[in-house]
Design a protein around this ligand. Sequence first.
Ligand code: ATP
Length: 464
Amino acid sequence: MAEENKMDKIIGFCKRRGFVYPSSEIYGGFAAVYDYGPYGVELKNAIRDAWWKNMVKDREDIVGLDAAIFMLPKVWEASGHVGGFADPLSECKKCHTRSRVDHLLEDAGVFADEKMSEEEINKIFNENKKKIKCLKCGGSDFSEARSFNLLVKSNLGNFTGDWDKEPTYLRGETCQGIYVNFKNVLDSARVRVPFGIAQIGKAFRNEITARQFIFRTREFEQMEMQYFVHPSVAAKEYERWKEERWKFYAEDLGFDAKNLRWHEHENLVFYAKAAFDIEYNYPFGFKELEGVHNRSDYDLTQHAKFSGEDLSYLDPQTKEKFVPWVVETSAGLNRTLLAVICEAYNEEDVGEGDVRVVLKLKKELAPVKVAVFPLLKNKPQLVEKAKEIFNGLKTKHTCEFDDNGNVGKRYRRQDEIGTPYCITVDFDTIEKDNSVTVRDRDTMKQERVGVGELAGYFHQKFNL
Ligand code: ATP
């Protein structure tokens, strides 16, 4: 499958099978915003749960947080977002499309790290202007690059009506909610440095280029963890977190290691001590999935300065007082979901020109775990028995009942959404052995399992 072709197929598949829909579609759609359908929301929840289990539940030194999307605007001044959260943009003089300068450079094969300063990017842009083509019309005449702030403004609590002068922002990243609650968590939970605070939640950015489906959207979800450490161990902790996060993708999500790689930031922002991204090999190339950063004491120091609160830590044993350094792991839930689908999407030639689309998801992530079918829809005993089995299993696993079309078609529908097991109730179930056929998604092999053993069978299959 050609890679561009694969992306188009995946976008079509996501809509057709109820994973991801374009927002406000009946009104013509809303750029760079997407909705998650019945299977998409299950898959998103399963990825979120896997992350939370790995980062919070399975560890003793990380606690959770759910901070509000709205924060006092001063937070975003302290974080540097009001002044500096900007992408240089340039307008094509022919078709008036505005594009991110780093994207134009990338398309022209010129290296530009998006973390470069605006000045540096502009310099490279001007030097390479002859090579650069508009991504829309191919034109080569561009305006000077200008910055565009990515924070999304709202009128919350603004009674003067002047949104520009008194904006309240929708958060541009979830980690600021963690920094401003550092002291609250320290004073109220049983934590001691080193410890981490984890949060999953929505973030909003006025992204200019809306490309690559759910990879870059204006509303998205982040899964972030900030680990607070003594400055002397920050470099060591940073290396440990790099390993941990790689393992999450390779083991918990089951990605093939050849589809993952590290990308080191060449130009670090002044406060950062190290920054690497984990990239995934999407059909449109290796792109950032998660950032792992050693942020020094920058964030707590900034918030201490702007708020007037002391955000240092007093070590109860050594009595040393210091501002902890932060190792941050910052992942995108939607980008991870796209990677999970790209990794799992398979088209298998099953002979005679027939192609089986199968989503080979890790079983734990599958939106539907078990599907239950009566062999025939119009035989009440079969339907009744299948319903009974379905009702028994659905309290433990997400199940789907399907009696539409023939069994072969039902298998294909379940393969497409990645359902690991299908149960068929047939005449032998009723008349002979009180057993059902359980069919495996990947091997397509079938085995007979006694109705009384089904609960234990799936308990074992799903490693519960
Ligand atoms: P990019 O370089 O792709 O713009 P970034 O480096 O600005 O991303 P961070 O600010 O480090 O991203 O955010 C952490 C994570 O949040 C990213 O690794 C990504 O997974 C996710 N993320 C950031 N922006 C978006 C977006 N517009 N849409 C979806 N996910 C995003």
